[in-house]
Structures are given as structure tokens and as C-alpha cells.
Design a protein around this ligand. Sequence first.
Ligand SMILES: CC(C)(COP(=O)(O)OP(=O)(O)OC[C@H]1O[C@@H](n2cnc3c(N)ncnc32)[C@H](O)[C@@H]1OP(=O)(O)O)[C@@H](O)C(=O)NCCC(=O)NCCS
Length: 297
Amino acid sequence: MHSLSDLQDSVEHHFAAGPAAIGDHDALGAFNDLRTALEAGTLRSAEPDPTSQTGWRVNAWVKRGILLGFRIGKLTDQSIVSRGHPEHALFGRHEQTTFIDKDTYPAQRFTPEDGIRIVPGGTSVRSGAFVARGVVIMPPAYVNAGAYIDEGTMVDSHALVGSCAQIGKRVHLSAAAQIGGVLEPVNASPVIIEDDVLVGGNTGVYEGTIVRRRAVLAAGTILTRGTPVYDLVHSNILKATPETPLIIPEGAVVVPGSRAIPAGFGQQMSLSVYTPIIVKYRDEKTDLSTTLEDLLR
Ligand SMILES: CC(C)(COP(=O)(O)OP(=O)(O)OC[C@H]1O[C@@H](n2cnc3c(N)ncnc32)[C@H](O)[C@@H]1OP(=O)(O)O)[C@@H](O)C(=O)NCCC(=O)NCCS
């Protein structure tokens, strides 16, 4: 096992070697140590850093290490084998993917006689992702390499946690929430969702956007680097700059809105563009609207 600084040196060295790292035992060893540390949550692709402008520091070398893993990986058969058909050679061999949940809601069992096709796939947490204890992941969900999901967070059905995304404690990623991944460029900040944020259903948070603690993204809100956000409370417009991503302030309640196009053909046609709006900052009513799911845990 490498020490952290040895690991960084080794990752940088093998990443810089390009294709020469393929088949190199040492490169594989370094990557395995990196992946183990990522899965244990002791190493992150981005981490809180009060001295940085955004409050987060990107560990570009860790992202290079994740990319190294893609580069040196070989294609292998990773099939999940269930009981085969009686006429097939695999019949009798039985392996099961493990799921853990409460006994009051066991998964239903089906047989081929039910005539229902349940296509395999479902939830997958990729190697190199860290998932803390107490996280609940509802199927189907996908958690990509380098992602970090902290304690007590709920990842609901059809949610994506993209590569290197950092998700805080007690966050609720509602059904179909898409948290974009940012693996390249390696110095780019990933999407960061801080503690106690509610990410509503069908939302999309992309391109390194930072959502500060306790903020609420109403269902259907989409945030990217290029999306200006209008704050009705402070009468200002939040935007990404060349140095900083779009940052949603602590406790902001953002809802999907629209804004009229003020000139030209757009005005002539009475068009408007999608615009997220901060309608208020979190209050007791918001807490009430967002805590109901505790009962389901
Ligand atoms: C944002 C949300 C939490 C409501 O928060 P709240 O603090 O209770 O908001 P309020 O009801 O006080 O509304 C404040 C203002 O925003 C508006 N507003 C609230 N939710 C809105 C939404 N989703 N879209 C547009 N406007 C919305 C209200 O009309 C109100 O405007 P007004 O003051 O002009 O009347 C809720 O709308 C929401 O989106 N919840 C997430 C639902 C979800 O995805 N659940 C997950 C299931 S898996």
C-alpha cells in the first residue's frame, strides 16, 4: 500500500506515461490503491477547503488516477449468473447479487411462468465510488467512479450520481435527479451538493455547479454553467464566471421559471426562455414540505 504522497507521485508518473502504462504492474497497483482509498472515502476527487474561493478544492491528480484506471483496464466478463435454463450448461449454478433492505418491503419474486420480462441492470455502484453508511439507494440508480455520497443521503429511483460528483450528508436526490459527472478536464470542479440539500424530482445539476447547504431545488429545475439564476429575495442575478462555477447560496429555494425575451424576433413571437428563480430562502414551511420522506426510512 502506497502512502498518500507516494500514491500521488505514482499516479502522476503512470498517467504521464500514456499508453505505456497499459500492462504495467506498477500502474495497476497504484490504481488499485487509489480505488481502495476512493471506496473507503479517505481520498476524494474534490473536498471542502475553506481557503479556496468556492470552499472546495479539486484534487486533479485523483481525477487523473480515475482516468488512468479507464486507460489501463481490460475488458472482462463480469456477468451476474442466475439459475440457468434446464437445457443450458449453466443450469444449477446459482449466484445472487446482494441487496439489503427492510423485511417489511421485500422484493417480489417472479418466475418465468409469470411471463414478465425483468431486464437485468438496475442499480449499480461502480468501483471507485464512496458510499457512506446509512445511504439508501432505490433502484434503478447509477453511481459512477469517483463519486462521494455522504451519510444518510437518499438516492431515489432513476437518479444518476455522475463521476466525481460530491454529495453531502442527509441530501435527498429525488426520483430522476441527474447529477452530472465531471471527469475531464481534470482540474474542473465536479458538481457539489452540500449537506441537507433537497434535489427535487426530474432536476438536473451539471457542469460543476455547487449547491450550498440546505438549499432546495424544486422539481424540474435545471442548472448548468450557462444558466443565470434570478434571486428575487436579494434582487441579483447569479452566474458562473471564468473562475467560479454557478453557486446556489445556502438555503435558497430555487424553482423553474421563465423570462420573456425582451427584443427582436423572440419578443415579436412572445417567446420566453427557461430561467431558474430563487423565490425565497428556506423557512419552516419548506422544512415541512421536504421532511415527509423521513417517515419512509
Ligand atoms: C420547492 C418546494 C419544496 C416547495 O417549497 P416551499 O418552501 O414549501 O414553497 P412555497 O409553497 O412556500 O412556495 C414559495 C413560492 O414558490 C412558488 N413555488 C413553489 N414550488 C414551486 C415549483 N415547484 N415551481 C414553481 N413555483 C413554485 C410558490 O407558488 C410560491 O410563490 P408565491 O409566493 O408567489 O405564491 C416544492 O415545490 C418542491 O418542488 N418539492 C420537491 C418535490 C419533489 O421533487 N419530491 C420528490 C419526490 S421523489
